[in-house]
Design a protein around this ligand. Structure first.
Ligand code: MLT
Ligand code: MN
Ligand code: ZN
Length: 305
């Protein structure tokens, strides 16, 4: 077994995946037509492996079965029932992050780590009883308190600005909630000095977040939309990125500008919506972020932790 801890990107697309089943926006059209400038991507999830070989998934995507088929290190190795997947950590209760739990219902012992509001959202949906609590232990995680989801991998959850899950929005929607309904994950090999950070959903980069991310050696960050009004402009939907709880990449308050002055080792855009021109190799938008030192995530990319 390789002695180091790693992060592997299982799904680099936002909810809907790329291409999205019912979409023929300009970027999805390239994928449907087999254009070599784009590659398909599954929905939002990463996996983190400790030195002993156990994996923690961070978010459980609706594409989880495909992701396990595509990633041999996550497959059963011995006996009649086996999986190196020992834990699932959740960053919110959005469908693209929790629906995959239902794909893990075949009576395998797992530990499920999340904040109280996220665990409450799951408990409010009876379908998740399919994950028997006797086997799938719900572990409530307090913000700012480190925990080890698998041996040798340390994580800490921190609140980032966000909103209630789409399916639970209610009448009035605030996108600046910082109560643990949406979190980022700090992660490191136990005993290492520096944290890496995974933030697949984030409505704004405020000073606290900028301070936290400054100096990180690896950042996987919300790259949902390139322009805040991208969905509206393309006739795909009525909402801005911010209204969906996602800071856009571009613009004066976008993530590219907000993080430009920060010392970050590797910067990776992840959770990318199918409408986002960053998905097209060689596009002006892609060139712009690459010139600024960003990597646009693809499924299967791996980074040492
Ligand atoms: C999001 O990231 O905004 C959500 O995945 C939306 C959704 O649940 O479809
Ligand atoms: Mn999402
Ligand atoms: Zn599309």
């Amino acid at each position: 077994m390789d002695a180091s801890c790693v992060v592997r990107i299982l799904g680099s697309a936002a909810g809907g995946g790329f291409p999205q089943w019912n979409c023929r926006c300009p970027v999805c059209a390239l994928a449907w037509d087999g254009d070599a400038r784009v590659v398909r991507r599954t929905q939002s999830s990463i996996a983190v492996r400790g030195r002993e070989g156990a994996w923690a998934l961070v978010n459980a995507s609706p594409d989880i079965r495909q992701q396990l088929l595509d990633n041999p290190p996550l497959q059963p190795r011995r006996g009649s029932r086996d999986s190196p997947v020992a834990a699932v950590v959740l960053t919110n209760a959005d469908i693209d992050h929790v629906a995959g739990l239902l794909g893990l219902r075949e009576r395998w012992p797992l530990r499920l780590f999340a904040t109280r509001p996220v665990l409450m959202a799951l408990a409010a949906n009876p379908v998740f009883r399919a994950l028997d609590e006797a086997l799938v232990e719900r572990c409530e995680i307090a913000l700012g308190v480190p925990f080890l989801p698998v041996p040798d991998v340390e994580m800490e959850l921190f609140a980032v600005p966000g909103k209630a899950p789409l399916w639970d929005e209610g009448e009035e929607v605030r996108t600046d909630i910082e109560d643990g309904r949406t979190v980022g994950v700090a992660l490191r090999g136990a005993g290492e000095d520096d944290w890496a950070h995974y933030v697949p959903g984030c409505a704004a980069v405020n000073d606290a977040l900028r301070r936290r991310l400054d100096g990180t050696r690896l950042l996987l960050f919300d790259g949902t939309l390139y322009d805040d009004d991208e969905m509206i402009r393309l006739g795909l939907g009525p909402k801005t990125g911010r209204r969906m709880g996602h800071i856009p990449v571009s613009g004066r308050d976008g993530s590219l500008a907000a993080l430009a002055g920060s010392a970050i080792g590797k910067k990776v855009y992840i959770h990318i919506n199918n409408s986002n021109p960053l998905l097209v190799a060689g596009s002006p938008e892609r060139q712009k972020v690459e010139t600024a030192g960003w990597i646009v995530a693809e499924d299967g990319m791996e980074f040492p932790l």
